[in-house]
Write a protein of this length. Structure first.
Length: 301
């Protein structure tokens, strides 16, 4: 009898110790206390498909990470007509350059992450590899499947695509079949709204629709929780970030601002743009900016 009492006291003590240590881990970053994850009946996996390549065992994980999240749009060879447009040339990286860039990351020991792995680390105070990047592509262009995907597959590098749901299946854009086919690679997905509207220019109802409907459509197509939105043209304000959070997003991506660091606001995550004019040297500067940032902040400590 006495033994039984002792056993239950020990069990209670153990439970208290475990929950206290979990709680202290959870609240390590008081500035952005983790937001509660709203219930969703459709969650299959929060962190993307299960066959995610594991982080290599020799990779060092750090608390004070600084991860440049690269932002692409089109990966394609331009037609002569397209090449005359400065906007098109800015928006489009050639497959040859893209392959050179992806190969550079692999050859130089960078760990490539999915965007939601970076988001998750920011929200929950997890560690990330000391030398990491993430590849993201906005707008859901068809060439992401035709030109980028074969390269990503060849080098076994994951990527995240932010989809404009209203344009899926239209000329020049991904189809749902493309999106499904890339997913197990893994390619992660986020919302880039329904119509790529400037969210800061919308009334409350339209803002709600753009954020809510795009999330709903992708979730019902992929049967997977969609946790993040990339603000079209990087335009956001307080109403936009609040609405995104209210609807159940866990993260929002803007453009510019350097590498993602632990205390970044999860709804103002920065990205580093790679445009069609970027040389390999430009690219190297962008991808090493995380390591440089870490070096500078540790010198300040
Ligand atoms: Zn866009």
């Amino acid at each position: 009898m006495r033994h039984h009492h002792l056993g239950s006291i020990v069990a209670v003590l153990l439970a208290l110790i475990v929950s206290a240590s979990l709680a202290s881990k959870y609240y390590r970053y008081p500035i952005h206390t983790p937001r509660p994850v709203p219930a969703s009946p459709k969650i299959v996996h929060l962190n993307g498909p299960t066959n995610r390549p594991q982080v290599a065992p020799n990779v060092k994980l750090v608390d004070a990470f600084a991860v440049p999240v690269l932002m692409y749009h089109r990966i394609a060879d331009l037609t002569p007509a397209e090449a005359k447009s400065p906007l098109m040339r800015d928006l489009t990286v050639s497959p040859a350059h893209f392959e050179q860039q992806v190969k550079y990351l692999v050859d130089n020991g960078f760990t490539c992450l999915l965007a939601n792995e970076v988001e998750d680390a920011v929200r929950s105070g997890k560690k990330l590899p000391e030398k990491a990047v993430a590849i993201t592509m906005d707008d859901g262009y068809r060439d992401n499947f035709d030109c980028a995907f074969p390269i990503l597959s060849k080098y076994n590098v994951p990527a995240t695509i932010f989809i404009v749901t209203g344009t899926v299946g239209t000329s020049g854009h991904l189809t749902w079949a493309n999106i499904h086919e890339m997913r197990p690679h893994p390619v992660g997905y986020g919302s880039h709204t329904v119509s790529h509207a400037d969210l800061t220019a919308l009334g409350a109802d339209q803002l709600d629709f753009e954020l809510r409907e795009s999330k709903r459509v992708i979730e019902s197509r992929l049967v997977q929780r969609i946790t993040s939105v990339a603000y079209p043209s990087g335009q956001y304000n307080r109403a936009v970030t609040q609405k995104a959070e209210e609807i159940g997003y866990l993260a929002g991506w803007k453009k510019g601002g350097g590498p993602v660091q632990p205390r970044t606001d999860p709804f103002l995550l920065p990205r580093v743009r790679v445009n069609g004019y970027a040389t390999l040297d430009d690219f190297k500067r962008k991808v090493w900016s995380g390591v440089e940032t870490r070096k500078m902040s540790s010198e300040l400590d």
